[in-house]
Design a binder for this molecule. Structure first.
Ligand SMILES: C[S@@+](CC[C@H](N)C(=O)[O-])C[C@H]1O[C@@H](n2cnc3c(N)ncnc32)[C@H](O)[C@@H]1O
Length: 241
């Protein structure tokens, strides 16, 4: 009788633990669902409905958990239609501009990409879903270290991140099929044009910090840069060490 009672108790404890685990799983599921729904809304309303057509880019924006790239206090705003502060006077760009710049680069799974201005690491993660390898350079050492840690934690093993002045590019890994600059420069850095592969594409905001900046697309044809002006934008300044 006593034996049966102890055995019965064990069953009750096991059921109790199982219920607790199920409740925890449901909570985790609810959290990810909450952001998944917000992410889907972001992609539909802010990106697809505004004209971004490349399905791979839309899929990448649907996959990358943007809320994990912003400070905790901004997680609930991560899928809203504006840039957010990431510390050190820098920002994570508005989701639409990330999608737009990515689409004009025409990413492909075989490509190698260079990003100047890692910031939170979000743009690099979006590119990592679309190309073979991503190299990214950040001039604020704390942001470079945070992003490198984030890539490792999230399993982005095709992103290599370093601290430094992106003006010089990353000659050891050149040429690049894609180069993206996410800070506004007063001119296009010559080393970046030199490190662009034939038929490669470079997108960069050009202009002074308080003035109108233009998003410029450079395509390399027969070794020469061909320039196209895309739109007016507002980015944080390109800094020099
Ligand atoms: C708009 S923010 C970055 C957005 C970023 N791509 C993201 O997804 O979060 C621009 C970044 O460029 C960095 N930056 C500015 N000048 C730079 C330079 N010369 N080399 C590398 N990074 C630079 C800034 O520190 C800042 O983090």
């Amino acid at each position: 009788m006593k034996f049966k009672y102890i055995a019965g108790n064990k069953v009750v404890v096991k059921i109790f633990i199982l219920i607790q685990l199920l409740i925890m799983a449901a909570c985790v599921e609810h959290q990810s669902d909450k952001y998944e729904a917000a992410r889907k809304r972001m992609v539909k309303i802010q990106i697809r409905d505004r004209g971004i057509k490349n399905q791979a880019v839309l899929d990448a924006m649907n996959t990358v958990p943007r809320h994990l790239f912003v400070p905790l206090e901004y997680q609930n705003e991560a899928y809203n239609d504006y840039p957010l502060p990431i510390g050190y006077g820098q920002t994570i760009s508005q989701p639409y501009i990330v999608a737009y710049m990515t689409e004009v680069l025409r990413p492909d799974k075989k490509m190698k990409a260079l990003e100047i201005g890692t910031g939170s690491g979000y743009q690099a993660a979006v590119l990592a879903e679309l190309v073979n390898e991503v190299y990214t350079i950040e001039i604020v050492p704390e942001l470079a270290a945070e992003s490198a840690g984030r890539f490792k934690e999230m399993g982005y093993d095709n992103i290599t991140c370093k601290y430094g002045d992106g003006y010089q590019g990353w000659p050891e890994h050149a040429p690049f099929d894609i180069i993206i600059v996410t800070a506004a420069a007063d001119q296009i850095p010559r080393p970046l044009i030199d490190q662009l592969a034939e038929n490669g594409r470079l997108v960069i905001p050009v202009g002074l910090p308080a003035a109108i900046q233009e998003l410029i697309l450079i395509t390399k044809k027969n070794g020469k840069p061909v320039e196209r002006r895309l739109s007016y934008v507002r980015f944080v300044p390109f800094k020099r060490l």
